[in-house]
Design a protein around this ligand. Structure first.
Ligand SMILES: Nc1ncnc2c1ncn2[C@@H]1O[C@H](COP(=O)(O)OP(=O)(O)O)[C@@H](O)[C@H]1O
Ligand SMILES: N[C@@H](CC(=O)OP(=O)(O)O)C(=O)O
Length: 821
């Protein structure tokens, strides 16, 4: 089959036909940079990758071993300064010779002899530097490119050692450049294409290895493609070979959402457009040479950026039109920049002065009508820009400099036209109180830069990255209720390692307002933001935010005691939102409601996390269900199910009024917001109902005999009126306590259930050695007698109240749901 080949520029391209004729298989070009070839292990990883690529037609471009180009340029500089460094040359020779012995013992001697010969030539070249015209600038390319030749020879020998047919080619015989031009514009495409086609035809079966970075200038002299130019070499070869793909192998998992040296949790962008990747490279993200993509873009050669350290990862794919979620692809930071504002002269005058001085603005905004231009340049360029302005702007120009700045850029196509994303960027900075000193949209709208003070730069990058660069979260969470338990939950969420990445808080609500942020709310800031940004939308808005989220699992966490929230649980469950609840109303009131929750779960294929409703997360419900599941039936259940009542009766000895202890229990977060829910026995009754139903004993609310501690005439009073008459409670407890003490007993608030459904809760006088009498603090006790735990019951005991333990039960339930669905 002969492919129809169209030149990227639309013109007839006979050299592409020639390549197509060479067979059906298209070339795959791979580039390994110094970051992959850092040492012996690095070479071995590269060899493994290439071996697994065979038999696909493979053209490999390599850089110098890490640090070698820097070392060569250092030798050049020292030679220019009249300090020849023979030892430096020897060091490079021995470094490469050692690699040759380890990688290709059969060819090591030949390789070593070659390095020695080149080393002599290098020493000779260095000796020419001082006397060469223009300080030896013609020589620098010959010197700087030596590392690439050496690593390509090493790689070919090592491949052959492993039995792979490999052939090195000299890139200076293939890649021609125009000395007057730079980057991709310098490449003489047609001439280079003919040379490449001939070379690839010559070794149809071999894996070809070429040194990157080096080229030949049209006038015959040695040339290089600029620092980190091997990426460009590889792009040029991929274009010239009409390759199927170019894979650029790095020491990172792909194009990351930020420089990993600054953001530890940077994540791989699965897909980017050519333009976005170009914008990133131009903004200083070192991952790709800025000119790499231009030759490939119009030819539509996909570029893969992958890690040689973990070749199982797919890495990043750079294509024409990426798909994927709405996060920004990446954020970059250019530090050590200065801003300059020029007023009163035409912008074109300023820009041509800069061009003459060889200074490229990093960002600019021009207003022709006001004859003003604001731009950002690197601090290093200021020393050239300042005299250039002085010499050419005339007496009316007002030039204002500001130093010590940083340019923070968010990259994504259409960013500047997306108010929601821009607002997210500005809010992240506002939350940190970082003033924005300037804002610059790139002319093709692939990014937005903001200028900030340099000392805020890293914190700002972190915050903006956290807000803008997350992909699809696995788990979206809405927290309803920001009281004691909700507040503790937010703190625990903040500390959880998945927070912000796999776990995203998309809504927070309390009884007054709702805060929604699809990009994710930082839990630390949630309550403050809820207070000043929240809207009185009702809890439905939080559910809608969950439903709108692209997360795989959506969970609403109810940390309220509210009937109005519990009423909706079943409906949300049926609509596909999992519910995790500390709220006992949905399962602990009428049986009909409990059944609705069950059918909601079935209809929506969702789960209901209720560990926090009984024993503040002690593994009681879970144990009951496990026993049930294994065919063990509950015969009887007894215990202290209320943390607050446990605390009150454990502490009460008649010396202090009961109400004083009640105030302390409230302060410790043990009681329900209205303590009558505890004192009335209603809360314990709900727990008993939840437990009974979980054990398959379908009893109604009315089946539980409840004896409360609140005199009947106080139950319906408003809270303040109740507290005003609290001494009536004190008197009643003192009386009951005295009666028990007279029999040598103590008072405890105890719940009991038997298998026939007989259920009661209330104060009981028990002997001092009764298990319920030996509890301390706010501990709960659950004594389960079952068919199999018959002789001796199963006992579960531990703290049964408190915001921290209740919150952790909520979080643990949510995480468990996220891992099981
Ligand atoms: N957004 C980013 N994504 C990935 N890597 C980045 C990014 N920004 C900076 N880098 C840095 O770029 C390095 C890879 O580039 P470089 O060392 O020049 O590779 P090579 O030598 O293979 O050409 C990574 O180690 C990483 O530290
Ligand atoms: N070795 C050259 C060319 C290059 O591209 O290297 P790397 O692929 O390691 O960035 C340099 O250091 O500039």
């Amino acid at each position: 089959m002969n492919a129809v080949v169209v030149d990227a520029r639309g013109a007839a391209a006979p050299w592409l036909d020639e390549i197509a004729r060479q067979g059906e298989l298209r070339w795959r070009v791979h580039k390994f940079g110094g970051s992959c070839l850092e040492d012996l292990e690095g070479f071995r990883r590269v060899l493994d990758i290439l071996q697994s690529e065979a038999p696909v037609r493979c053209f490999v471009v390599v850089s110098a071993v890490r640090g070698v180009t820097d070392a060569l340029l250092g030798l050049f500089e020292r030679a220019r300064a009249g300090e020849p460094d023979r030892a430096g040359v020897e060091l490079l020779i021995s470094q490469h010779t050692a690699l040759a012995h380890a990688l290709a013992p059969d060819e090591a001697r030949t390789l070593a002899a070659g390095f020695q010969r080149d080393g002599e030539e290098l020493a000779w070249l260095l000796a020419q530097v001082r006397t060469a015209p223009r300080g030896g600038y013609g020589l620098v390319d010959r010197i700087a490119g030596i590392g690439e030749y050496w690593s390509s020879r090493l790689l070919v020998a090592a491949l052959r050692q492993r039995g792979v047919e490999a052939q090195d080619v000299d890139a200076r015989e293939l890649l021609l450049v125009e000395a007057t031009q730079r980057g991709a514009d310098a490449i003489a495409w047609d001439e280079s294409a003919r040379l490449v086609a001939a070379a690839s035809a010559r070794w149809p079966e071999a894996l070809i290895v070429a040194p990157g970075f080096v080229a030949r200038s049209r006038d015959g002299g040695a040339a290089t493609l600029g620092r980190n130019g091997s990426d460009l070499s590889a792009a040029a070869f991929a274009r010239l070979l009409d390759a199927e793909s170019l894979t650029v192998w790095k020491d990172v998992a792909g194009v990351l959402s930020a420089d990993p040296r600054l953001i530890r949790r940077a994540r791989t962008a699965p897909e980017l457009s050519y333009a976005e990747a170009e914008e990133l490279a131009a903004a200083g993200a070192r991952v790709l040479h800025p000119d790499t993509l231009r030759p490939l873009r119009r030819a539509n050669v996909p570029v893969l950026v992958r890690s040689s350290r973990d070749a199982r990862q797919p890495g990043s794919r750079i294509v024409g039109v990426p798909t994927g979620c709405g996060a920004a692809r990446a954020v970059t930071l250019e530090e050590d920049t200065v801003s300059v504002s020029v007023r009163g002269v035409a912008g074109s005058l300023v820009l041509s002065a800069l061009e003459r001085a060889g200074v490229q603005p990093r960002a600019l905004v021009q207003c022709n009508a006001r004859r003003s231009l604001d731009l950002v340049i690197t601090a290093a360029d200021r020393s050239r820009a300042e005299p250039a302005f002085a010499g050419s702007l005339g007496p009316f120009a007002q030039v204002e400099w500001r130093a010590g700045l940083a340019l923070l850029r968010a990259v994504r196509a259409g960013f500047g036209g997306d108010a929601r994303r821009m607002a997210a960027l500005y809010t992240a900075l506002a939350d940190l109180r970082v003033p924005i000193l300037g804002s610059f949209q790139d002319s093709h709208d692939h990014g937005l830069s903001v200028l900030i003070a340099g000392d805020h730069a890293h914190a700002a990058l972190n915050a903006v990255h956290a807000r803008l660069c997350h992909g699809t979260a696995k788990l979206a969470v809405a927290v309803v209720g920001t009281g004691l338990v909700g507040g503790a939950l937010l703190r625990q969420l903040q500390q959880h390692p998945a927070c912000g990445d796999d776990l995203r808080l998309v809504a927070v609500a309390n009884s007054r307002s709702v805060l929604i942020d699809a990009e994710g709310i930082t839990p630390d800031t949630a309550t403050a933001r809820l207070n000043w940004e929240g809207k009185p939308l009702g809890v439905e808005a939080a559910v809608a935010a969950l439903q709108d989220s692209d997360a795989h699992v959506k969970i609403l966490i109810d940390a309220t005691p509210a009937e109005s929230v519990a009423r909706r649980h079943a409906e949300w469950l049926a609509a596909g939102v999992h519910v995790v609840s500390a709220n006992k109303i949905a399962q602990g009131t009428s049986l009909a409601r409990w059944r609705e929750v069950r059918s909601g779960c079935r209809a929506g294929k969702t789960q209901y996390g209720d560990a926090a409703t009984v024993g503040a997360g002690l593994p009681v419900l879970k144990t009951l269900r496990r026993l049930q599941g294994a065919g063990d039936g509950l015969l009887a259940l007894e215990g202290v199910f209320s943390g607050s009542l446990s605390f009150l009766f454990n502490a009460y000895d008649g010396s202090r009024p009961f109400s004083e202890l009640l105030a302390e229990a409230r302060e410790r977060g043990y009681t329900e917001p209205d303590p009558r829910a505890d004192l009335s026995g209603g809360d314990v009754a709900r727990k008993l109902l939840i437990l009974a139903r979980a054990a398959g004993i379908a009893i109604e609310e009315t089946d539980v005999v409840v004896q409360g501690l609140v005199p009947a005439e106080l139950t319906a009073l408003p809270a303040e009126d109740f507290f005003a008459r609290i001494d009536e409670v004190d008197a009643q407890i003192a009386r009951q306590y005295a009666e028990a003490a007279a029999q040598g007993k103590v008072l405890r608030y105890i719940a009991t259930l038997d298998r026939t459904g007989k259920a009661q809760v209330g104060p009981q006088a028990v002997r001092r050695d009764h298990p319920c009498a030996t509890l301390s603090g706010a501990d709960n006790l659950f004594v389960l007698t079952t068919a199999r735990y018959h002789e001796r019951p199963l006992v579960i005991s531990g703290p049964g109240a408190g915001a921290e333990v209740t919150a952790q039960a909520l979080l643990a339930d949510a995480l468990e749901i996220a891992t099981t669905v």
